[in-house]
Write a protein that binds this ligand. Structure first.
Ligand code: AMP
Length: 283
């Protein structure tokens, strides 16, 4: 694996095979590495970026303490046969950068983290402009993020195709996240209740929608309230628990077929997010 630190050196990235851009903030786990694996399976030139992006953190968030484990990340990427690792210099990367506004920011994480997605899209756009990759890889775990990237690519006529990797979980079902490192083993086990409840919500929703006995928005409201209470009883502080149209993050309407069940909750002060998609078109 070649490590690149200067923008000018990106020209060494060979263009013989299509490029897969895989942006990350490092502290790589099996979720990140699954994206690298996927790109390798597709015989692409994998290019991982590690950049703890200051633009996407709010003033009271964990930018300073965010785990930075470059040596270990390099080792893990080598094992996956990653082709390139780009470790940009903050000053060089941010110099003259176009600050962008993200769409879909009035919902979910965008609502509780003002400016977060503006910061994400500003940096991702910089990488896209620098590399003009054939593909970019993002995880479903950050559902709203991949939706915003998808919209950005389309609206700006990038030829880059987005590939969304499924959420990788630990054996209890907790979605892997660098922030899980803030929790003890026992706390992680308890936090896996997020996945258990998400699955229950999807099951209930499928059953209720199949019966079609109640108005859809009433169903959604009742289910969300019930599960918010269940979470709170187990020591979670809910930021949001929402059931929305997965295509546009709008309120669910009769006839919608792709449904997003998304949650953000604090457990022991750590903000965890997860989601499941319920595809009714196949049922
Ligand atoms: P981050 O380093 O948190 O910015 O994440 C970098 C990329 O890895 C994003 O596209 C995430 O959606 C993706 N990612 C993070 N956690 C997971 C996971 N558990 N499974 C799959 N992809 C993930």
């Amino acid at each position: 694996m070649k490590i690149i630190k200067k923008i000018g050196d990106l020209k060494i990235v060979d263009k013989e095979r299509p490029i897969a851009l895989i942006p990350t903030m490092g502290n790589l786990h099996a979720g990140h590495l699954s994206l690298v694996k996927q790109s390798k399976n597709l015989k692409l030139t994998s290019l991982v970026t590690i950049f703890v992006n200051p633009l996407q953190f709010g003033p009271d968030e964990d930018f300073e303490t965010y785990p930075r484990t470059i040596a270990q990340d390099e080792e893990n990427l080598e094992k996956e046969n990653c082709d390139f690792l780009f470790l940009p210099d903050k000053t060089e990367l941010l110099k003259g950068i176009k600050n962008l506004k993200a769409p879909f920011s009035n919902f979910l994480c965008g609502k509780s983290r003002p400016g977060h997605f503006d910061g994400v899209i500003t940096i991702v756009n910089r990488f896209l402009e620098l590399l003009n990759p054939e593909f970019c890889f993002f995880g479903q775990k950050d559902f709203q993020q991949q939706l915003i990237i998808h919209d950005h690519l389309k609206k700006n006529n990038f030829s880059t195709k987005l590939i969304v990797g499924q959420t990788i979980r630990d054996s209890n079902g907790l979605a892997l996240s660098s922030r899980n490192n803030y929790l003890s083993e026992r706390e992680k086990k308890n936090a896996s209740l997020i996945y258990t409840y998400l699955k229950e919500i999807v099951d209930q929703l499928m059953q209720e929608l199949a019966k079609d006995s109640l108005n859809i928005s009433t169903n959604v409201l009742i289910t969300c309230e019930k599960y918010k209470n269940k979470f709170e009883e187990e020591g979670f502080k809910i930021d949001y628990l929402e059931i929305l149209n997965a295509k546009n993050l709008k309120k669910l309407k009769k006839g919608d077929t792709e449904i997003l069940v998304a949650v953000a909750a604090y457990y022991k002060g750590v903000r965890l997010i997860d989601n499941l998609i319920c595809d009714l078109s196949s049922s």
